[in-house]
Write a protein that binds this ligand. Structure first.
Ligand code: C2E
Ligand code: MG
Ligand code: MG
Ligand code: MG
Length: 291
């Protein structure tokens, strides 16, 4: 009887699992071709300074328009791509798009930075900083207009390899940010040792702030910890005025979230920016403000 139950269980289970594995297999094998054929796109989510709400830059977030499965979010395919050698192609593609964007902005007098998410493989690749330096030179971009976002777990995977890479990027003048802060090791001692400039409070705490005093306390202490270490503090997942006002009161430096804007296609981002641009009097410089 036990054997029969097991069999039934397997029969109910197998097709669904088969489909999941098939889909994953397809995504991995199709990714390279997807990059080359334009199915992979970079969207941009604006970041604003607090309290003035000046647009200081945008985070590059990858999207895949799959011919069979439709719009895929990075949480589904980035981990698969990371598990293969293809993540170099992903990071290079996103960085190229992002630096092209910064160059366009500079050419029309906008000084805004772009943030690119890195994978553990990039951090463990000793040739990565050279490729970054080459790309910055080729696009003629000052290094401080490029930010790399890295998670604690990607740094801690192999610190002996990632720390030299981070130190070289930092020495080049590229801005380094710890993403999803508060979800990983998050020890003070460890943060002090990293050559980073910025912490990004994980959105789960920011989203919970309005209803959960514990989340509020976590956000407040990350702002204080960050500032005591001379780091800029960015909050992601800012969805409403109440959260923004709280963050201003806490002294958080930068906000990103649906309140300001969802991630936008390149075209929609340009429309969004144009509607908010103020030209500096008698200069070529422009600033973008969210009203
Ligand atoms: P992340 O770097 O922490 O990016 C923030 C995520 O929060 C994005 O999800 C963004 O759309 C979402 N978000 C922003 N504001 C709000 C808000 O107000 N409320 C809520 N609920 N969510 C908000 P997305 O675009 O799905 O990206 C998910 C993750 O995928 C990213 O998390 C990042 O870890 C990874 N990722 C995205 N693009 C790349 C890439 O080019 N390379 C690598 N290696 N990873 C990437
Ligand atoms: Mg990020
Ligand atoms: Mg994050
Ligand atoms: Mg994340």
């Amino acid at each position: 009887r036990a054997a029969r139950n097991g069999e039934d269980g397997v029969r109910g289970y197998a097709p669904a699992m088969g489909q999941i594995f098939l889909r994953r297999f397809q995504l991995v094998t199709q990714f390279r071709q997807a990059v080359d054929s334009g199915q992979i796109e970079v969207h941009y989510q604006p970041k604003v300074s607090l309290p003035h709400r000046q647009v200081v830059g945008a985070e590059a977030l990858v999207r895949w328009s799959h011919p069979e499965y439709g719009r895929l979010d990075p949480d589904e395919f980035v981990p698969l791509v990371e598990a293969t050698g293809l993540v170099d192609a992903l990071t290079s593609f996103v960085m190229e798009c992002a630096l092209t964007k910064v160059r366009q902005w500079l050419d029309r007098g906008l000084r805004m930075s772009v943030a690119v998410n890195l994978s553990v493989r990039n951090l463990n690749d000793e040739s990565f900083p050279d490729r970054v330096g080459e790309a910055l030179l080729r696009h003629d971009i000052p290094p401080e207009l490029l930010t790399f976002e890295l998670t604690e777990s990607s740094v801690m995977d192999d610190p002996d390899r990632s720390l030299p890479v981070l130190r070289r990027l930092h020495a080049m003048g590229v801005v380094l940010a710890v993403d999803d802060f508060g979800t990983g090791y998050s020890s003070l001692a460890y943060l002090r040792q990293l050559p980073v400039d910025e912490v990004k409070i994980d959105k789960s705490f920011v989203l919970g702030m309005g209803t959960d005093l514990g989340d509020m306390a976590v956000v407040r202490s990350i702002v204080e910890l960050g500032h005591s270490l001379d780091l800029a503090v960015v909050a992601e997942g800012v969805e409403d005025d109440a959260a923004r006002d709280q963050l201003v009161e806490m002294g958080c430096d930068v906000a990103q979230g649906y309140l300001i804007s969802r991630p936008l296609s390149e075209e929609r981002l340009e429309t969004w920016l144009r509607a908010r641009t103020r030209r500096g009097r008698g200069t070529r410089s422009e600033t973008v403000l969210t009203l």
